[in-house]
Each structure stands twice: as structure tokens, then as C-alpha cells.
Design a binder for this molecule. Sequence first.
Ligand code: ZN
Ligand code: ZN
Ligand code: ZN
Ligand code: ZN
Ligand code: ZN
Ligand code: ZN
Length: 450
Amino acid sequence: MAHDSLHHQQTLLKRPASPSFEGMEESSRKRQKEHVPDEVPGQEPSANVVDQEPVIDGGALVNGLAEELQCGCCAALVYRPVIVSPCQHFFCGSCCVQWIRNGGTNCPSCRGVSNIVTPFRALQPILDTLLLAAPHMSRTERERAQADELYKGGSSMRLPSPRSASPEPNINQSTEYARPCPHCSPDNAFGWSCPIPVSDPNTDVEHAWPVEDGLPPGHQHCGNCENLTAVQAPSTTKCDFCQVYFCGIEVQGRCVAAPLSTQSPHGMSDVGDLIQSADVYDCFDGNTVEVEIMLDYLTAQGITPRHIYREIVTHLQSQPGGFRPLIDLELFVDNHNVSPGVDPDPNAPRNRICRLCASEILLWGLRDWWVRERQKGFLEEDVMARKDCAEGQACPRQKDLDNHMIAPRPTDAANVSEAPPTNETDEASAQPPANILTPLPPISGLLQHL
Ligand SMILES: [Zn+2]
Ligand SMILES: [Zn+2]
Ligand SMILES: [Zn+2]
Ligand SMILES: [Zn+2]
Ligand SMILES: [Zn+2]
Ligand SMILES: [Zn+2]
């Protein structure tokens, strides 16, 4: 792997990179050592210059470097590099954004769990120097612009971990028998014991619970860690939206259905997460101009996704139907790998929520939240001057900069289908709005507003 051998150079690269290429020469020598069977008797080693002024083969150096500096995703010379912690694999920032948008989790190269991806600043001067020596290796202007639309450089991002991180693998773990829950042992540290405990298959196979018999009585699987969870344990919570149970023990802050107002939507801790979420663009039916305006507003005002989530919740609670429309849309069904409990009563109050359901609510309500938010009039005048289009989200010209703004969601879905076709929708059907669903955000619609 090209980038694996670079790991040895991390310490070199982390020094302020000098144009002398000290580290790179070493790498180049190392490569020659790997590839040239040197010290073969009777054969003159090609680059064995001992007592003379060292001669550097520029072409070989450039090619060797380019090979080492390949992106682990696209295999081209890395562009605006970012580095994954802790495995230190590196990629184009744009490749990494795309990986995340396409639902990728963990490091794209080694699939290791990662917490943060940061700009690989130390690599940039080396790339610059390489491209100065070999301009033919640079990307075309168009390729660069495409990559820049995804990642402009300088910012960090997070690689999501799989939605349901499995517990530490236990090598001795039998897959035939259920693993007891933390409360099954009568002398557990949690101050509550299961009335019908599950026997530990490692110590009492005879009484162990075969997995094929389904769930042992009084137990469910935690929606986050997927461990067996005692339904009645004081630490156990249940999401009133997806009806899934959470153990409250394994992963702090994640294995929990929290009160509505204190939960955080999954995978959306800051505006940066929204920027990288394809779902956010989907909320606006690909109206990327509007998304950019909103994201800029959020950044300027310091508004977090969690704050938006809470405002959406408050708004929904003030509506006569409450959360019912979202539940009827089955928004909260099948988000977890574990089977849910039953919804005791569709009209029961919804008090607790899990992180995944919170992000469903955020995404469901984001667009309408933004419509309400911009009515508060905090936006720049020229942005406010963008008018609502009567066609709303059906309009093929949503992205027009001068006169198009999103319109509120139609109050009744039936109204939309029964509405008589207007000239604009006729146009729309004759000319499919190919641009609207483009997966890339515009270079920056916002810049044109400022
Ligand atoms: Zn790449
Ligand atoms: Zn990796
Ligand atoms: Zn138990
Ligand atoms: Zn759990
Ligand atoms: Zn839930
Ligand atoms: Zn329109």
C-alpha cells in the first residue's frame, strides 16, 4: 500500500517541511532498496554512488513520490489531503467527504474506527513542490473545482462509526447462547438484579439460553450496543418513537433514550456535520442555494443542530397532531438492527427519544424550521428579497438566484396532486429539472449574495 510506507515518514513529515526533501530522499532510497536486488554478486548496483557527489534521478524521485502520495480512495495524487486519526491513512478531503456522504463509516482504507479527520497540512508543501517539478501531474481546473465543491480545505471532519457499534469482541463468546445482561448476575454492581436471569454459557451451559429460542423473558436488545438488556432495570430506557430499548450501561450518552429536550441528534453535533450530510440537501430537494444560505446563517448565529432539533420538537408539541404525522409516516421504523418493543398506544405521550429518532425529527422538520426562522427577518436584505415561489418544492427553477426561495410545505398532500397544472409545472414536465438533484453543492451560491 502506497500510504502504508508513508507511515514511517510521519515524524519526518510533521516537521515543518523543508524544500530539501530530506525525508523523501530517504524514502526514495528505501524504495530502491526494496525494488533493486542490490548487492547481487557480479552486478553493479545502479545507484551505488559512494565517494562521489550524490546524483539524484529527478524523474525517479518524482514518480516515486507521486506513488507514495496516492490517495487511498481515488488512487490519484492526493488533493487537499486529510489524515485519519488514529490510523494515519490519508485521502483527498473531497474523497473523504464523498465517502461520508455515501454512508461510509470508519477509515476508508483500513476500516479502523476513527474519531477525527484533520487537514494533513504537513503534506501540502511537499505536494506543491512535487507539482512544481511535475506540473503534468496536477488535476485539471475542472477536477479541482469539483473537488473544491466537496471540500475546500482547512476543516476537520468526523468519520461516522457504524450506527450500532458492536461490543468488544469476546473470543470465547458463544454465538449459540445468549450472553447474560449486566443485571443477570445476582451480585452485579448495578444495584438491581433480573428476576429471571440468563445463565452465563461460559460457566453454566446447561441452563444457558439458546439464541434460536428468541429473546429470554424480561430482556430485549439495546438499540445501540445490541447487548441483552433487562427491560425492567432502572438503567434501561425505551424510545417512545421507535419503541427500542437502551441499556444505559455500555456506551455513555449513546445507549440511552433521553428526555426529548435533552437528546442530541445522532451524527449531527455541529454545523459541519450538516454541511456533510446529503440528507440535509435532500430536505431541500436539492435546493443547494437555499441550503448554503441556511448553513451560513447557522454558522454566523452559532446555531447548533441540537438547538434546531429542540425548536422543531417544541413546534411539533404545539401542533394539534403532535408527533402523530411523523409516526404515521413510519419515520421511526427500522432504524435499528434490533427488534423494537410494542407501541402501547399510538396516542400515548412521547417523552423519551433515542439519538437516531432525534436525527429523523431534525431532518423531517429542518426545511420548515428554516422557513419559520427566516420569517423572523434576521437575514441580509438581499436574501430576504428572494421571493417565495408559488410552486414551492415542485418548481424546477428553485435554484434561480434572484427570485426563488423555498415555499412552505403544502399543508395537505392531497392539495398537491389535485392542484390544476399551471404553466410552470407544464414546463417542468416537459423539461425535467436535471439540475435540482445534483449531489454537489454549488461553488457557493452564497458568495453571490454577499
Ligand atoms: Zn482521492
Ligand atoms: Zn486507516
Ligand atoms: Zn438480565
Ligand atoms: Zn447499550
Ligand atoms: Zn428511537
Ligand atoms: Zn418557480
